[in-house]
Design a binder for this molecule. Structure first.
Ligand code: GLN
Length: 485
């Protein structure tokens, strides 16, 4: 296999045995980027020199016996995470000139682990979107079919991992932005439990929902990346101080006797494509064949997730994005009065979807409407959390589709935000409840597009969903197929 196609696990073995160097691997990845970036448009910024320097450093460490799992591994980073000295735009003109003076905690953790940062990946502006079409700079294409979206908002990270333009990448997931693009691009995507991974240095979208996680080409790689980024961080008041288990060891344990819960509500949704339904049904059979018990569970309030999320997320966004005012950082449109300057800066700096959400959020939080919208949505959110609590009394993981259809065509949903929002129907509830969830490849549509299976686990039970996904992956071939590009 070509070097850029290796999984992290495979590359790591070759690095440790000195069959290859990190410099060989990093060069192979940049050659691949040079060959396909013109078609895929996954990156907003490439860190060529810094990456080669980090690879040389990793080779020195490996030469001295370093065995850290990510040492010398080239990774892509969604452009929503602060990287010291490297532009971090969030896909927005308002941060077009922003170069953070510090690394986010996940970035310092990756650097400590010896990882090599290839570049910053494209995304929907401020992570608002499901297709990367809301990026102010470019639209990323799905490597499996360049006329289709890679999903979003972490579409650049998913496409880069799928196309061999890195060995793994980081994304952020506020309502599905890791799992949905992973599903559409045929890679593994993991949204950890809220509080498992530090958000320090993650540009905030909706702070009670945002969480950082990996995209990889195997479940074991997702476990390795989670290991490197998980853990308590005093700089993030919502990070939880709990021991981090050994994920790589945990995923190997047997799955016999584990229970997966089938939420009937997720299969009754209109709009679920027959290809997705077949692939998920088949996956359930494969798991049953491995001795996994399937039980019926109910998430009766999940059907309100779209309505609840699209009040809570914009409300938090309207508050978080108030900081972009032309004074502290980013774009400034100079005008004679302060109010005119704010107005001009924010009108020029934010794209239409971001403006829409700021307006919706400000409206939902305004006096007289707060109880009717934000208050009500928060109450329903609690009901959704309770549903999950009950479901996890009966099962180890909830199984469902990730998205109702495989990757849709570019431009297909851009004129109708509501249709776009509905593509998040299966992913939003995990964020509202704070539980973990992942997407693992489980099939292909009749026209060759990848389909992902969603496994959601209770708080801090990433081990269980990774274990089920790893065993499923080992029994199937979907993850071995790469897009021909
Ligand atoms: N697609 C959802 C949205 O537009 C989720 C985005 C995300 O998870 N960042 O908000």
């Amino acid at each position: 296999m070509e070097l850029h196609q290796l999984t992290i696990g495979q590359a790591r073995e070759k690095l440790i045995s000195k069959e290859i160097s990190s410099q060989d691997l990093t060069k192979a990845v940049f050659d691949r980027v040079d060959a396909v970036e013109g078609k895929v448009d996954a990156y907003l910024y490439l860190c060529r020199d810094e990456a080669m320097e980090a690879a040389r450093e990793a080779d020195r460490a490996l030469g001295q016996g370093e065995t850290a799992p990510l040492c010398g591994i080239p990774l892509g980073i969604k452009d929503v995470m602060c990287t010291k000295g490297v532009p971090t735009t969030c896909g927005s003109k308002i941060l077009g000139n922003f170069v953070p003076p510090y690394d986010g905690t996940v970035i310092s953790n990756l650097k400590k682990a010896g990882a090599v940062i290839v570049g910053k990946t494209n995304m929907d502006e401020f992570a608002m979107g499901s297709s990367t079409e809301n990026s102010a700079f470019k639209t990323t294409k799905n490597p499996w079919d360049l006329t289709r979206t890679p999903g979003g908002s972490s579409g650049g990270s998913a496409a880069a991992a799928a196309a061999g333009m890195c060995l793994g990448s980081l994304g952020s997931d506020t309502g599905g932005s890791i799992r949905q693009p992973a599903s559409h691009c045929g890679v593994v995507g993991l949204k950890p439990t809220y509080g498992r991974v530090s958000r320090f240095g993650l540009v905030a979208y909706a702070s009670s929902l945002d969480q950082i996680g990996p995209f990889t080409r195997s479940v074991e790689d997702a476990a390795l990346m989670l290991q490197a980024i998980a853990g308590y961080d005093a700089s993030d008041s919502t990070s939880v101080n709990r021991p981090v288990p050994d994920y790589q060891a945990a995923i190997k344990h047997d799955v016999k006797g584990m229970r997966v819960g089938l939420p009937k509500e997720f299969f009754e949704e209109g709009g679920l494509s027959p290809d997705v339904k077949n692939a998920v049904d088949q996956a359930i059979k494969t798991m049953e064949g491995q001795g996994v018990d399937v039980v019926a569970v109910s998430l009766p309030h999940a059907k309100y997730s779209v309505a609840v999320y699209y009040v809570i997320a914009p409300a938090e966004a309207s508050s978080n994005l108030a900081r972009y005012d032309g004074v502290k950082y980013g774009l400034r449109e100079q005008r004679d009065s302060l109010i005119d300057m704010y107005h001009a800066t924010r009108s020029a700096g934010f794209g239409p979807e971001v403006q829409r959400r700021i307006i919706i959020g400000t409206y939902a939080l305004s006096a007289g409407y707060y109880d009717a919208y934000y208050g009500k949505a928060s109450q329903v959110r609690t009901l959704i959390m309770d549903d999950y609590k009950k479901a996890f009394e009966q099962c180890d993981a909830v199984i469902s589709p990730v998205a109702p259809t495989p990757a849709f065509k570019l431009g297909e949903k851009t004129d109708d935000p509501l249709t776009m929002y509905l593509s998040d129907i299966f992913t939003l509830s995990a964020n509202l409840a704070g539980v973990c969830g992942l997407s693992v490849p489980c099939g292909f549509s009749s026209d060759g597009l990848p389909i992902g299976l969603q496994l959601q686990g209770s708080h801090f039970e990433e081990e269980k969903i990774l274990r089920l996904a790893h065993h499923f992956e080992q029994a199937t071939e979907f993850h071995n197929k790469r897009p021909e590009i």
